[in-house]
Design a protein around this ligand. Structure first.
Ligand SMILES: [Zn+2]
Ligand SMILES: [Zn+2]
Length: 237
């Protein structure tokens, strides 16, 4: 369940905020960027909000997402049936949560980190992000099938330090991957041919039943730049 913590205070997706971080660490998170509305990227939002409710001195939690993602979160999650509408609690003037709509390729700056949402190709409107700070950049793709713009951005970002991309299924589930717009090691190889430079490639979003086969098939690609994003590990770029 996708969830990355940036500089201790900004979450990239919210798949496991409340499961992995202590309550004290959760209180330190004040901004969340969402790639898309799927549950494996948003499911910890209700419990995270409950855990930090009233504890943050900074006020509301800022959730940045596309119009489509905000619509889905409001309609299906914070809808007063599944969970309370925290944009109106404790009251609408001082809410616990504020939504901010971002636009494709319009950079937004949160605490000196610049995030540029890059549209990728998935079942629902989805964005990866170009993430930049202090002259270093990483590209993080979120869920995607074969895509185009992400590679164009990668090829024109000279200070790119790493690229994180989905490899959800092993090759035996190619049809499932194609239908659900995810990558397998086979389609990952096709995608990587669009990259005109060498940069560390970090794979993530491996579906648990497929992990062993994905690892084997990725090793067979014999690409020394590919590695796997490790759960719980801290990375510095
Ligand atoms: Zn998804
Ligand atoms: Zn996903």
């Amino acid at each position: 369940m996708t969830c990355l913590l940036i500089n201790g205070s900004i979450a990239l997706d919210a798949g496991s905020l409340s499961q992995v971080l202590t309550v004290q660490q959760q209180v330190g998170v004040h901004s969340i960027l969402l790639s898309h509305s799927h549950m494996d990227h948003t499911n910890s939002l209700p419990f995270f909000i409950e855990n930090v409710y009233g504890k943050s001195e900074r006020g509301a939690i800022d959730i940045h997402a596309s119009e489509a993602t905000i619509y889905a979160i409001r309609k299906y999650l914070f809808n007063n049936a599944t969970w309370p509408d925290f944009t109106r609690l404790p009251n609408h003037l001082l809410p616990a949560v504020r939504f901010h709509e971002f636009q494709s390729e319009q950079p937004l700056v949160i605490e000196d980190v610049t995030f540029t949402p890059i549209p990728v190709d998935h079942l629902v409107p989805t964005h990866g992000f170009l993430i930049e700070q202090d002259g270093a950049a990483i590209l993080w793709s979120s869920d995607t099938g074969p895509t185009q713009r992400l590679w164009e951005i990668a090829n024109r970002t000279p200070n790119l330090k790493a690229l994180c991309i989905d490899t959800s299924f092993d090759n035996s589930l190619q049809e499932v991957a194609d239908i659900s717009l995810h990558l397998t090691p086979r389609t990952l190889e096709v995608e990587l041919a669009k990259l005109q430079r060498r940069v560390p490639i970090l794979l993530h979003h491996l579906k648990p039943p497929c992990v062993e086969r994905i690892v084997r098939e990725v090793r067979n690609l014999r690409n020394p730049d590919i590695d796997f994003l490790e759960q719980g590990r801290e990375y510095t770029f």
